[in-house]
Design a binder for this molecule. Structure first.
Ligand code: GAL
Length: 995
């Protein structure tokens, strides 16, 4: 660390770089010397990295705004005379900085997952290398003064060469890392001209093969910082917490030396001097920060100090002496209009949403985020894995031949990246692990990075997933391991490594899933089962859902309708489609159902019990906080109607404790209806991230045994009506097909068997698992084009029976389906029985009936699971109640349209017009209700949300069963218990009309 007398500064003060002025001749290529954007070096001329801080009393001048811009198709199309202050840029265009030029109408974005969008020939890049020349003229504010200053770039993709007032400062790579240049000697009060040439492709692109859009540009802020004589060159806050004594330890190293004051702790220390005082520790649940000030002869910096100690001990990852459980997400920086230019408000919004959904950890996949994000993590309380800007995944496609991380010539670039991350971010209490990068295979470059980081900051363990041997890491991390494997790892019984020593070492390490539960489209399924493993095995310390947000880019149709674009929508020759849309929130940051599910699954309080016996058990699953910050409330409902509410006195249980409590006497008798207790834990007071009353956890307990459903006795007799119809009770049927056409005057397209659903991304399972796609198998079997042959329409004494065989063209297996209709007064009952015939090699997508009603019947109300969608392995968040919403609101707008919107566990549903007329459906047993204004075929064919337009009908699916969702778009498929295996089935619905 740079520091006081005992800690020598590790870089020189801000001197002028020894570089050249622009020449008229451009940059002719000399074959023996690669141009700077194609050499392996991290760059030249930049200052050593230092800790970032939001502000100080040294002036800063942000340079955001409208710059002048010219785009060339190659790196050498234009010479560098544009860097001269007097260059005439009047024919250039305006461009807002920070931003990505491809999102501002210059060129187009491109998406690939792992493939490099250019020939793999490191470190060379293609001739087609979009190059943006930028110019910006600025004056210094009044009173800026003279003396040292630095020019700061927060992030530029992928390589920049920089001039100020005609003097070249240098060039750099490392897109999501800061770079600074000494400029004090060049600045003038007025008329400074900053010139920046940015190449989309550089040798650095080989190190930045993250699964995301390729978005060139100066995408983070650019600013000039005054560095007065005696200002802080660098500082390192060491703040630990000893849980055995309750003492915090503090030492702030700084160059040059100065003093640190922490008023709340009565501390006034020299830098480099240590102190031990009683403190409240920092944790993600209790993010206590102490305001402090660092003062050197030339500068005062406000600090926010969090005391905490991270250790790997006893095979566990511990903070302040306790095992932590990571309820995490992977977060890319993304905004649907601005790409990776993400403002502070958006960052805060992400974090508030996370906190409100019980998320306590973020992996900054796969690069250090904007530093303001880390300030917010300190403030709001999140465990952070800070990951280096490094991924070489595309080399995997060639067996890792030529992988830069195993090539000594790339080592300076790798070390530069490690340094820039650690130096910039080292003072954040929120960061508990450093990550070397993502998906780079293995190699000595990673070991070199690890060795440097360990030396520089021994206080944080290291993470990297790509090396199964864990030689360079302190935690065992994996992505997408299935439940069974996680259980084996939990028992420390995983398959051994070939090297017994490494194996023994790894077996002692804590385990986390740096990625799991791929949230692409509908899903992820199987979250509850993972959570159970994390709670069962102490070694399994949770994980990070892949990922936080869908990277869909906002576009307009010619009619001005908004949709979100994904790979291929910009004509890329190589792309990975909608694999870029796999988040828990939609591109506009609306929570998707997956987020609601995750919130429920990871809730830090468990509420369970026996409502019939009147008892409830509350368990505190926090790692640090007691339950004093929560209030508990109950609601008692009969048939979905509230009959009583109250609060429950719950002791301030310590983490891990649980208590059994008595519920009050039921406020009303069930009277043969379904009665339920709902107990909710809500914030007792406002917090920094949500207001008092915000719900953190809930549980529902039946208050009485569920009443048995007795089918209405059949009393009506089927008879022929006028025309080719059969009348039965309120139903009018087509006599040839046996299809219901009217229910008491409401026009219908009668229910008939349906097994198809518009495959979800998890059903498709593409693109990483070709050949293992359930949807491909379903299509092969023809489940999307089943034919219905009517074998008999029989009118019996009290029933109409329609016998059918449902099968696909070209296929032998069939579903013999019998519809048995009976009626009693205004009630019409349908019993469906399904007998499979032949060999069925795959489970079914769904099993139920589909029907259509007039589109005016546009409002749904139901008693069952809600308010959002739920499928067999995604229904933890479905709460039983009476829900009501327009059919249009029941749709989940997945970026690529697919099966969505099923409400699980529905006892009854009503679909009505504005005047209250419509139909009512009761299930026997409960069913999944889906209602939408387009048929499944249109949903299946749509590529974007705007491909769907409401038709004249509302299509209803009443499903007896659905196949689970799983996470196979990148991970394990549906767990066996959630597969919809083909088997004989019987289910019934009772229809009536609403008047
Ligand atoms: C992982 C990778 C992520 C993302 C994910 C799939 O292998 O680390 O960046 O590509 O798969 O969405």
């Amino acid at each position: 660390m740079s520091g006081t007398s005992s800690h020598a500064p590790h870089h020189p003060p801000y001197g002028p770089p020894p570089l050249t002025a622009p020449g008229a001749a451009g940059t002719p290529r000399r074959p023996e010397l690669p141009p700077y954007y194609e050499d392996r070096s991290p760059g030249r001329g930049a200052l050593p990295p230092r800790a970032w801080y939001a502000g100080s009393d040294a002036a800063r001048l942000p340079l955001h705004g409208s710059w002048r811009f010219r785009l060339s198709v190659t790196a050498t199309a234009e010479d560098d005379s544009f860097a001269r202050p007097d260059f005439d840029d009047s024919r250039w265009q305006d461009l807002w900085v920070p931003g990505h030029w491809v999102l501002k109408g210059h060129g187009t974005p491109a998406y690939t997952d792992t493939a490099y969008p250019f020939p793999v020939d490191p470190p060379r890049v293609p001739d087609e290398n979009p190059t943006g020349d930028h110019r910006h003229r600025f004056d210094l504010p009044e009173g800026w003064g003279e003396g040292p200053a630095v020019l700061h770039f927060g992030g530029v993709e992928s390589c920049a060469r920089v001039w100020l007032n005609g003097q070249e400062l240098g060039h750099f790579k490392g897109s999501r890392l800061p770079h600074e240049f000494a400029v004090g000697h060049l600045l003038r009060p007025r008329g400074n001209v900053l010139a920046v040439r940015v190449h989309q492709w550089s040798s650095g692109s080989y190190l930045e093969d993250q699964d995301q859009w390729w978005l060139p540009g100066i995408f983070r802020s650019v600013s000039v910082h005054r560095r007065p004589e005696g200002s802080v060159t660098d500082h390192f806050v060491h703040a630990g917490f000893d849980h055995t004594t309750g003492l915090g330890t503090l030492r702030v190293d700084c160059a040059p030396a100065g003093r640190v004051t922490v008023p709340a702790l009565g501390l006034d220390l020299a830098t480099g001097e240590g102190a031990s005082v009683p403190v409240l520790p920092w944790t993600a649940e209790t993010p206590r920060l102490y305001d402090a000030e660092l003062a050197t002869p030339g500068e005062r910096i406000p600090l926010r100090i969090g005391f905490r100690t991270v250790r790997v001990e006893d095979g566990l990852l511990k903070v302040n002496g306790r095992r932590i459980l990571l309820r995490g997400v992977n977060r890319h920086e993304f905004h649907p209009r601005d790409g990776r230019t993400v403002g502070r408000e958006v960052m805060r919004r992400d974090l508030l949403l996370m906190k409100r959904h019980n998320i306590n950890a973020v992996r900054t996949s796969h690069y250090p985020p904007h530093p303001a994000f880390l300030d917010l993590c300190d403030e709001l309380g999140l465990w952070v894995i800070d990951e280096c800007d490094l991924e070489t995944h595309g080399f995997g496609q060639q067996d890792w031949r030529g992988n830069p991380v195993d090539d000594a010539r790339w080592e300076p670039a790798l070390l530069d990246r490690a340094r820039r991350m650690v130096e910039r971010d080292k003072n954040h209490p929120a960061i508990v692990l450093w990550s070397l990068g993502n998906e780079c295979g293995t190699g000595r470059g990673l070991s070199a990075m690890a060795a440097w980081i360990r030396e520089r900051d021994p206080s944080r363990p290291l993470h990297y997933e790509g090396d199964r041997s864990c030689a360079d890491t302190d935690v065992y991390s994996r992505m997408y391991a299935d439940h069974a494997e996680v259980a084996r790892i939990g028992r420390r019984a995983e398959d051994p490594l070939p090297d017994p020593e490494l194996d023994a070492r790894r077996r002692r390490l804590p385990f986390l899933l740096c990625e799991y539960a791929h949230a692409m489209g509908n899903g992820p399924g199987g979250l509850s089962e993972y959570q159970r493993l994390f709670e069962t095995y102490e070694r399994c310390q949770g994980g990070f859902v892949w990922e936080w947000i869908d990277h869909g880019l906002r576009q307009l149709t010619p009619d001005g309708e908004v949709y979100h674009a994904y790979g291929g929508d910009f004509g890329e020759e190589l792309h990975d489609g909608n694999f870029v849309c796999d988040g828990l929130v939609f591109p506009d940051r609306t929570p998707s159902p997956g987020l609601a599910e995750f919130k429920k699954v990871v809730e830090p309080v468990r509420i369970e019990g026996d409502g019939v016996a009147g008892t409830v058990r509350i368990t505190n699953l926090h790692d640090f906080a007691d339950l004093g910050h929560l209030a508990f409330r109950w609601v008692y409902e009969v048939a979905g109607e509230v009959r009583g509410t109250g609060s429950l006195a719950v002791p301030a249980l310590a983490p891990g404790e649980s208590a059994g409590l008595r519920l009050p006497a039921p406020p009303a008798a069930p009277g043969g209806a379904e009665a339920l207790w709902t107990v909710r834990a809500v914030l007792a007071e406002d917090t920094a991230w949500a207001g008092a009353g915000h719900e953190v956890a809930w549980g529902q307990l039946p208050a009485a045994a569920r009443p048995v459903r007795t089918p209405p006795a059949a009393t009506a007799v089927p008879r022929r009506g006028e025309g080719n119809v059969i009348l039965l009770g309120p139903g009018t049927f087509d006599a040839t097909t046996g299809t219901l056409g009217y229910l008491d005057g409401v026009l219908l397209r009668g229910p008939r068997l349906e097994v198809w659903r518009a495959p979800t991304d998890n059903d498709e399972a593409a693109p990483r698992q070709p050949g293992r796609s359930p949807a491909a198998e379903w299509r092969r079997l023809g489940l999307h084009r089943m034919r219905h042959r009517v074998d008999a329409v029989e009118t019996l004494a009290d029933a109409l029976v329609v016998r059918t065989r449902v099968a696909a063209a070209g296929a032998e297996p069939a579903l013999r389906t019998v519809y048995r209709w009976t009626a009693r007064r205004e009630l019409l009952r349908l019993e469906v029985s399904v007998e499979p015939e032949g060999d069925w090699p795959a489970p079914l997508p769904r099993l139920g009936v589909r029907m259509a009603v007039c589109g005016s019947v546009g409002h749904a109300e139901w008693f069952g699971g809600g308010p959002g969608e739920g499928y067999p392995d995604t229904l933890a968040a479905a709460r039983v109640g009476r829900w009501s919403m327009p059919v249009d609101a029941m749709q989940t707008p997945y970026v690529r349209p697919q099966e969505n919107g099923a409400r699980p566990g529905v006892r009854w549903a009503q679909l009505s017009r504005t005047d209250g007329s419509g139909i009512r459906i009761e299930g026997d047993p409960d069913f999944y209700l889906t209602a939408r204004r387009w048929p499944v075929e249109e949903l299946d064919a749509a590529r974007h949300t705007t491909d769907l337009s409401p038709g004249e009908l509302v299509w209803l699916h009443l499903d007896h069963a659905q196949h689970g969702i799983g996470s196979q778009s990148c991970g394990p498929g549906v767990l066996p218990r959630y597969r919809l295996e083909v088997a004989p089935a019987r289910f019934a619905f009772t229809f009536s009309s609403l008047r």
